[in-house]
Design a protein around this ligand. Structure first.
Ligand SMILES: [Zn+2]
Length: 426
């Protein structure tokens, strides 16, 4: 018996050693490294990668390593977009949205989504949180599966599947009552039905539950952005309770006063958009660690089109948003990078959000940390993502030049590595 045990131990040791000696070590020779742990660039550093993970930051490449020359580049942790829609191809106007739901099959939309996933990765987003399929059912869970199985290239994904909203609050709207049309969400009314929908979505692969907490925006005379809350507080509490009970998190679309307040009171994990957030709710968010995902760029991008369609409130919201962003920074709320890509055309690089965040008051280093360290924490993956340090997954991107001097460099990612595999090289 003892002999057998020893033999097995010997074999395991041999196999383990073989695995180590045959795995190829990669060394990235970087002009400088932004490791995400501080504000400074580390010049002339080599990142050593072994078996998909970061092994060391060194001064030179180890013997026998495959060296990739990025000496004219700044290397950074893989970027994380915490608010995307890979099943959507832009919806500036209601007509854009209706067209996709009425004339494109979910199968066709899924094919387009695989292209968007590849685009996201090539822009430098090695992880995304995709916050609902806009009427394409559970297709996001399948795209995620295909990426994880190595069938198609794409970022690491957390998905929200169908999202939840109440009757009468979400497109498609405005059709004759006798015409049944698809909706961009799963409609639920009442706390028990909401719980059932959460259970259903989780059973079909939802990592996150996405709720729409408000709609119909208007600016009050005192400058506050007002809304109509969708769910009652009871319904929202039931959704959050059920999701948390099943160890899942809740993302809440909440753009204005009441939607944000109800979401924060119900205990959601992230506030999406948050164009207006009252000071009292910012304090609660800071105290409870609720993340703010401001999605600034998309607001500017859709404003002109929506104003032309008869909703000028979208133009006023930009100024309100900037003021909220300042107050959120001051209150110490955790701000994570998210773009709403898919809400605008995927051919537009979502990394434009970095410039928007800097325009609203962040330093370039703060904006980059929002898309790395803070976003990794939002995903609950801070132990394996978000910084360049030994033991973490080798998700690394590189841009030419110095993004701390000019943050638009983040729109020029031309090296992408995910878990040690190179997807793009300069
Ligand atoms: Zn969105």
């Amino acid at each position: 018996m003892r002999k057998v045990v020893l033999m097995v131990f010997f074999l395991v040791t041999v196999i383990t050693c073989l695995g180590q000696t045959t795995s190829k070590i990669i060394a990235l020779r970087c002009g400088s490294v932004f490791d995400g742990r501080g504000d400074l660039l580390r010049p002339n550093a080599v990142i050593v990668i072994d078996a998909g993970k970061i092994k060391a930051l060194a001064a030179s490449a180890p013997d026998g390593a495959e060296v990739i020359d990025l000496s004219q580049h700044t290397c950074l942790p893989g970027l994380i977009d915490t608010h995307t829609h890979i099943l959507l191809q832009g919806d500036i106007t209601a007509a854009d949205y209706d067209e996709q739901l009425l004339k494109q099959s979910p199968e066709y939309r899924t094919i387009l989504a695989t292209v968007n996933a590849r685009r996201a990765l090539e822009y430098g987003f090695t992880s995304i949180r995709d916050v609902e399929t806009e009427g394409a059912g559970y297709a996001d869970a399948d795209v995620k599966k295909a990426i994880n199985n190595g069938i198609i290239p794409g970022p690491r994904m957390q998905v929200a599947t169908r999202a939840l909203d109440v009757t009468g609050a979400y497109p498609l709207q405005g059709y004759a009552p006798n015409v049944s049309v698809p909706h961009g969400v799963q409609l639920v009314d009442g706390a028990d039905n909401a719980r059932q929908a959460v259970r259903e979505q989780i059973s079909h692969g939802a990592d996150w539950i996405k709720v729409y907490s408000d709609r119909s925006y208007r600016v009050r005379e005192d400058g506050v952005l007002d809304d109509i809350p969708t769910f009652t507080l009871d319904e929202l509490r039931a959704i959050v309770d059920e999701a948390h009970r099943e160890r899942h998190k809740v993302a809440s679309h909440a753009m204005a006063l009441n939607g944000v307040h109800n979401s924060v009171e119900a205990g959601v994990d992230t506030i999406e958009h948050g164009n207006y957030i009252a000071d009292v709710d910012l304090s609660t968010m800071a105290a409870r660690g609720i993340f703010y995902v401001p999605t600034i760029f998309v607001g500017e991008y859709v404003a002109q089109g929506r104003a032309a369609e008869g909703a000028p409130v979208w133009l006023k919201m930009i100024q309100i948003h900037e003021d909220t962003f300042h107050r959120a920074m001051k209150a110490g709320v955790k701000i994570a990078f998210g773009t709403d890509a898919g809400g605008f055309d995927w051919k537009v690089n979502p990394a434009k959000e970095f410039s928007s965040m800097v325009k609203f008051g962040m330093t370039p280093a703060q904006a980059i940390r929002a898309a790395t360290v803070t976003a990794a924490e939002l995903l609950g993956m801070q132990d394996s993502l978000g910084t360049i340090e030994p033991g973490k997954l080798a998700d690394i991107v590189a841009v030419p030049g110095d993004p701390l001097a000019d943050v638009t460099a983040m729109e020029k990612v031309d090296f992408v590595m995910k878990a040690g595999v190179v997807y793009r090289k300069p």
